[in-house]
Ligand binder design. Sequence first.
Ligand SMILES: Nc1ncnc2c1ncn2[C@@H]1O[C@H](COP(=O)(O)OP(=O)(O)O)[C@@H](O)[C@H]1O
Ligand SMILES: [Mg+2]
Length: 262
Amino acid sequence: MIVQAESPILEVHDLIVSYEQSPVLWNVDLTLPQGQLIGILGPNGAGKSTLIKAIMGLVNPTGGFVKIFDKSLEEVRSRISYVPQRESVDWNFPASVLDVVMMGTYGKLGLFRRPGKKEKEIALASLDKVGMSAFINRQISELSGGQQQRVFLARALAQDADLYLMDEPFAGVDMATETAIFELLKQMTQEGKTVIVVHHDIYSAMNYFNWIIMLNLHLVASGPKEIVVTEELLRKTYGGKLNLLSKVSELVRKQSFNPLKS
Ligand SMILES: Nc1ncnc2c1ncn2[C@@H]1O[C@H](COP(=O)(O)OP(=O)(O)O)[C@@H](O)[C@H]1O
Ligand SMILES: [Mg+2]
């Protein structure tokens, strides 16, 4: 079930991406609204990272195209923040925590301005938001996986973008930090920013996101959570494990009757 967004911020049309001849994304076609917290769900190898990379122009599609803010990617790149999957990054690169987060502010600086006091303040505030203030001078190679992930989130926050694409940003991050950061992301969407997150845990996804994309090489669903999270579509996305999946859709159904939910 594909729900189209009115005046979409991001459009993906007939997207096909192949690695070594074999397609991993088949005709993905969706439009996404502005100012929403959007979750991408799907099993391992479903093409979630590939979809994000295609949106960022990091892989070349075999077919189809992507449009962001109704413009080409080059025109809007500085308004987009990308958090890659932690495993895909070289953490032995010599840089301190503060350096990495400061890098997030560079896009707004233009070519000839050096980062100064203001940028440092932004970086420090962002590190504070993810609870990493105590580590500013630490080399990134000397952090735990969860801490590295939080530094990456801080860098994205420092960037102050309009569109965020985050690939499993909570892998290895403790539950309290995850919840706190989701609260932050929610605030950002209330300010009109759009946040797209690949998320591995379907239970917490039901609490966090208001728009859900389900992917398994083909696009199974894209739309408001209350509409697209059904047992049938979850089964189509994940295959078996029926008990688990019926529990999830039941959870969503209950929530949609709760007037206090966000
Ligand atoms: N650079 C690559 N070269 C070849 N195959 C790849 C490459 N990257 C991903 N794949 C394959 O494409 C499929 C989708 O991968 P990916 O987008 O990383 O899935 P997900 O993020 O949902 O786990 C997987 O089968 C993966 O092995
Ligand atoms: Mg992935």
